[in-house]
Design a protein around this ligand. Structure first.
Ligand SMILES: [Zn+2]
Length: 142
């Protein structure tokens, strides 16, 4: 059985070196679909559930929404993105250093890993960067 919960968060980013408009600093309201797979809980207060949506929300909030929401997310290996992050940090603005170029594809792999680490039986991440563009990751490379 699978259950899915949908979240949104806002982040700014840039793709340095991109050959189009994504090289510029810009933002997205991301939509994040988290799918969890498991058997049904047989008895007790959560009987008949894969997991309580409230518990799912708490894990996703802590592992993903809190660090990413209203942050400048940047590639810590990129000198130009690092410079912008340093400027923002100097003004006490929120940033999140990541070890990769901040494409929706990389971000969905990262989020999958964070949720696994938090103990969630996540089986699919779907990260919408715009209403018509998303990346989907199901845990097996690529
Ligand atoms: Zn973008």
């Amino acid at each position: 059985m699978k259950i899915t919960k949908i979240f949104t968060f806002d982040s700014s980013h840039m793709l340095d070196g991109h050959d189009g408009k994504c090289q510029n600093l810009h933002g997205h309201t991301y939509t994040l679909e988290i799918t969890v797979s498991d058997g049904l809980i047989p008895n007790g207060a959560k009987s008949g559930m894969v997991m309580d949506f409230t518990d799912l929300k708490a894990i996703v909030k802590q592992a993903i929404i809190e660090p990413f929401d209203h942050a400048f997310i940047y590639d810590g290996s990129n000198p130009r993105e690092q410079q912008i992050a340093a400027l923002l940090e100097g003004w006490n603005m929120k940033t999140l250093r990541l070890p990769f170029r901040t494409t929706a594809e990389h971000m969905s792999i990262e989020m999958y890993g964070r949720l696994k680490k938090a103990g969630l039986n996540v089986c699919r991440i779907k990260l919408w960067e715009t209403p018509t563009s998303c990346a989907e990751y199901e845990g097996d490379h690529p």
